[in-house]
Ligand binder design. Sequence first.
Ligand code: NIG
Ligand code: FE
Length: 434
Amino acid sequence: MNDILLIRHAGQLLTLRGPEGPRRGAALGDIGLVADGAVLVHDGIIQAAGPAEEVERLAADLRDVREIDAAGRVVMPGFVDSHTHLVYSRPRLLDYEMRLRGADYHEIAAAGGGILSSVNALRAAAPEELEAQARRTGYHFAQHGTTAVEAKSGYALDETGEMKTLVVMAAIDGQPLDIVPTYLGAHVVPPEYARNPGAYVDWMCAEMMPRIRRQRLAAFADVYCDRGAFTLDQSRRYLECARDLGFELKVHAEQFTHTGAALLAVELNATSADHLEQADASDAAALSRSSTMATLLPGSVFHLGLDRYAPARLLIDQGAAVALATDFNPGTSPTCSMPMVLSLACTQMQMSPAEAVSAATINGAHAVRRADLTGSLERGKLADMIVLEAEDYRELSYYFGVNLVAMTIKRGVVIYQQGEVFNPAIKGSAADAR
Ligand code: NIG
Ligand code: FE
């Protein structure tokens, strides 16, 4: 292959170029903005990204250059969505309606909805059906500008179903999005072990996790430490086993109740502690002194109709490394839209538009340990980027519920291009119809 791509006329090129390591504190707002930029790509890898003059000079002697004219619009890295429950069987519409009538997340679970209803559905689903669904979801992510997603298992909990889930993730990896797989066996206690959760943890440690490692089906292990899920002690045991087997760690921490899971994540040097709606000042202090990322998921707070968002300002100002992700899942956050998450981060958590961009790109890449490959537009990284239907990057979070992604490029290949609205001059007006 010898494919050369030049992206020209980026009115604002957000390179997100910066120091090694995730952005913290004031640096989170540094998006490496170049007015009038260009990007040169060779076989899917970025050769140069910066001022148009410099980059175009490099391209001047090359032949057969494919060109994309950004026409003055924003060009930036694709989103790295570092927390999703990508593979599931069906939307939970009964839960949704129950909640709208006033039931809370735990009441719905007790009434037969919740995570265990997704477990029943996933166990019954054919692998082909799950794969087709996951592929479609991947396309929706791509339409919203995401080029890499972390994906968790955890809606089967038994061996057959968890393996089925992880195999689906492997099958769709790179088609077209990169998938970073996570084993979330410790999502809730499955019905078979309802009377003996400890034995379920034993089984995951002794059987499931070694098998998954051997087959290289997951890079991360994650636990949901909360009321109705796993206790702090069970979470510690699960995470220590996972770490000893070579998994990188993630923790669903401080979502509904304050359990101490954020401090546990820091103590075990987890890659990220996710959610953190109930996190307090001592959690923020510990995270800021650690290399554990604080991954915030405002979509779940919004969809559940709650009002307590994670303390993003406190975390950022103390120096924690903050990432943003969708938490795409059928129970608490049914959205593939990182732009919507950015809007929520700004209006509900007082992040600046620039901070939200960093948290959703380069810091997301750090939260899946792929920052060497993606998350910024720098020489040697994958040409994973988006063109926005906007001249100013702040429009991305300002327009909420609107998809400004005009084009998504994955490894130098256009995988999504915004469609047209047809305007066939339909005769008559509303007044005629009355
Ligand atoms: O991240 N809280 C635990 N896990 C998911 C919800 C999963 C579900 O309700 O299906 C979350 O919010
Ligand atoms: Fe989650």
